[in-house]
Design a protein around this ligand. Sequence first.
Ligand code: C2E
Ligand code: CA
Ligand code: CA
Length: 572
Amino acid sequence: MPRKNLHVLMIEDSDDDSLLIRHALQEAGFEVVHDRVDTEAALAAALKGRPWDVVICDHNMPELDSTTALCIVKEATENLPFIVVSGSMPDDQAIESMRAGARDFIRKDNLSRLAPAIERELEETSVRKDLKLTRQHLEQAMHFDSLTGLPNREHLIGYLSMMISEGRDEFPFAVFMVDLNRFRKITRSLGIEIGNKVLIEVAESLRGAFGDLILLARCNADRFIAIVESLESEAQAGEIAANIHASLNRVLVAEGHELFVTASVGACFYPRDGNDVEALLKNVESALYAAKLVGGSSFKVYQDAMESRETVGLAMESALYRALKNGEFLLHYQPQFDLSESRLIGVEALVRWKQPESGLISPGIFIPLLEETGLIVPVGEWILKSACAQNKRWQDEGFPPVRIAVNLSSIQFQQADLVQTVRNALQETGMAPEYLELEITENIAVHNEEAVIGILNELRALGIHIAIDDFGVGYSSLSYLKRFPIDKLKIDQSFVRDCNDGAHGDGIVRAIIGMGHSLKLKVIAEGVETWEQLDFLQRNGCDEVQGYFFGKPMPAEEFSSLMRRESMETLL
Ligand code: C2E
Ligand code: CA
Ligand code: CA
């Protein structure tokens, strides 16, 4: 076995002890390069001297103690693991020193623990470094949208507030919001790549359609915002909207598919319709929603009486109420596979709305409305029960049991009786708790961490699994992960998408897998679409996968056929 180089900075007054430590590390397969210091000055100099992998520190020395040494090390470097090795340190002081930032405490008569502790620290340090690097990349990418090259929402907001603070009321301008109609349908049926090509072309068309443009930004998926200077009249705005519709109103041909793209457009004016960023964005969105209600290539200018976000909300709200009452919601099921055993181990339930007039509507559109109206609570309850009932049915039909993952919205998580709701669903359907996994997102932890931990503990006490959905996009931090009682991390599909195209996605995916494993969590990747992604995930030790490559979300009957095929294969 090749020996690993290890640069050890030893803070130790005894030559004999230092020899013992060195020996223990060599026994464990390390090629040790070390320096020994026992005064503050020597320590400070050594820290400047070379990059160290680890500091091993005695507790009590004539001229230095471990607390002071730790302070000096922390000041000079970040991320350098500090391990106290002592024969005499009392337990309470050891704990104190761990609190201050020491990574471990090892007794001199138990040196066999040292090498494993160092291995663990090296791993965690490299994960932390990876994360830090990827954070930096992310930061850089923060102001521009990498797909279209347009500024993003943050950039736009910064710009808007600058214009307002500089311009006062003397320089009026207009804000436009453009949202493509049924764009998700394009990505859904033709794939993200074609969706992306469409977005690039749309961005190009929009650039042309706006006249004296100041700034065009892409805000999220298929929504663009533009600021147009010196524009005050509704008639002028109408001309621009007509330009936008005309520029989009041609056939886009993407890899043999002819696509018609239409957009809804809303506009509002500064200072007439608002004199701060928040008001302008809120009102332009109201205008956009009013346009959406009309449908097709539509345009609306904000009007005082509009408050249309609410009006639209009301119309939608009653439609969603009816949907729940009339049983217009249904579930689709997407398979999850274990990579080491190559077998089906789970299924995610994803809700759909089958509207009598417009057909299947994607949850991306109606979940936010359900959340806004609070309807997510009864609908969520229905989803939970239906998912458990379906899974139990499959088990009763004799299929090998799999775990069903159900998405929980953060609103549901705020309900006082969530645990009881879950308990009821299990009781009423007779499904065993071990076959239920709840997917939550990191943002539920933002408020009231203690309460969240309490609820998670109660849920897990029932025997249910907890997975963190969309992991990596929120405020992932090692420290909160450690405190949260969870079972699984689900790597967000955006990282999976560019995990092997040379972008920084691969670093993030590797870091998440390492981080998950170091905390003894399972790691699942979602949005796996290609063989290359699968190969990358497999090579990097990801436990489970889910994505179009294995199967899209599908109706229950189709999922039964999939399981039938699966069990045939294992029999053969
Ligand atoms: P999510 O929980 O992150 O679900 C994954 C989404 O990615 C699903 O979209 C799924 O169809 C899609 N997907 C799966 N594999 C692939 C792939 O290989 N490529 C691509 N491009 N997409 C893939 P869907 O069903 O439209 O759901 C969107 C979001 O709506 C979900 O994101 C979740 O946040 C929410 N949602 C869906 N069902 C429910 C539900 O029952 N309850 C709650 N609270 N939210 C739900
Ligand atoms: Ca999910
Ligand atoms: Ca997800």
